[in-house]
Design a protein around this ligand. Structure first.
Ligand code: ADP
Length: 298
């Protein structure tokens, strides 16, 4: 399985360019599409799942043009949209059974077996008789991923799946996805939450204002910010000055002020030591110093 996105652009209302010449190559494993709100992530996801025809460009799935093979390609897609809703009148298992029918599993016995197995996999077996709209927020999201997985899709697309979830549910959700990535399946996860792009993502891309600013592994992304993350102690007065000059990532109060970590493009003139960057540092570095054409910081 391989997805090739070539020169993809999306223009809304003839004047707003939500995607601009996007090129990406996606192979099996988890692919993290990271970007702030409004970056164009949902637009890209909607094109990939054939809900939206792009203004320009093409997507190839295993060499097949998406524009000419929509029905075939749709048959091996699973999708969890950002604003996923349930039918109020269906029980949890009935909803999945219905999703299984839509996914083309005609044999009832086989469908029910798959429903049970997925309910178990996402931790909803015990609440299978509860009405879907009565599930907690986290449970609904897990039912959402179960419906995306039914029918054994080869490509699974999840759009901002952890927004609004509490930390425990977020971790649970990520674990379900990373278990999936053991199989030869492409999982595309779009998110504005850096913590969702864990080391389980083999590949990632950073999308900002409709353009791809980085494509590679999370480790390569982190490497780009090496030498740009610093740690220092500042007084209460200095804190104001430094936070006006640089993005401050963490600040821990102490007796004389704060111990802070901040991101800077170059030698910053403060008595500081370099810090080994993590994904969050790298994201801030990219957004503030690389992706933005106007530098807010020096
Ligand atoms: P993201 O998922 O990264 O938040 P979206 O793809 O939803 O980004 O949106 C990208 C940009 O395109 C935003 O500025 C949004 O307001 C705009 N947009 C999205 N859908 C439409 C639409 N149907 N018509 C006009 N503009 C849209």
């Amino acid at each position: 399985m391989k997805i090739q996105i070539q020169d993809l652009s999306q223009v809304y209302n003839n004047d707003f360019r939500a995607l601009n010449k996007v090129n990406l190559e996606i192979e099996p494993g988890m692919f993290g599409l990271l970007g702030p709100n409004g970056a164009g992530k949902s637009t890209l996801m909607r094109i990939l799942v054939t809900l939206l025809k792009p203004t320009h460009g093409e997507v190839f799935v295993n060499g097949l043009k998406l524009s000419e093979n929509r029905a075939d390609i749709r048959s091996y897609l699973g999708y969890l949209p950002q604003d996923f809703r349930f039918f109020a009148k269906l029980k949890t298992w009935e909803f999945l059974d219905y999703a299984g029918s839509l996914a083309g599993i005609k044999n009832k016995k086989q469908r029910l077996a798959e429903v049970d197995s997925l309910l178990d996999q996402v931790g909803l077996y015990d609440v299978r008789n509860r009405y879907a709209n009565k599930l907690s927020g986290g449970m609904k999201r897990r039912l959402g991923i179960a419906q995306a997985l039914i029918g054994d899709p080869k490509i699974v697309i999840v759009d901002e799946p952890t927004t609004g979830l509490d930390p425990e549910e977020r971790i649970r959700f990520r674990n379900i996805l990373s278990n999936l990535s053991q199989k030869e399946v492409i999982i595309i996860l779009s998110t504005h939450i850096v913590g969702d792009i864990s080391s389980t993502c083999r590949q990632m891309a950073l999308l900002n204002k409709g353009e791809v600013h980085f494509e590679g592994s999370p480790e390569q992304f982190i490497d780009q910010s090496k030498g740009h993350v610093f740690k220092t102690n500042v007084s209460f007065e200095q804190m104001k000055v430094i936070s006006d000059s640089y993005p401050v990532i963490t600040s821990v109060p102490n007796a004389d002020g704060y111990e802070i970590e901040f991101v800077a493009n170059q030698d910053n003139g403060w008595t500081s030591t370099q810090v080994e960057p993590n994904l969050e540092h790298a994201y801030v570095y990219f957004m503030e110093y690389v992706a933005n054409d106007k530098f807010q910081y020096q």
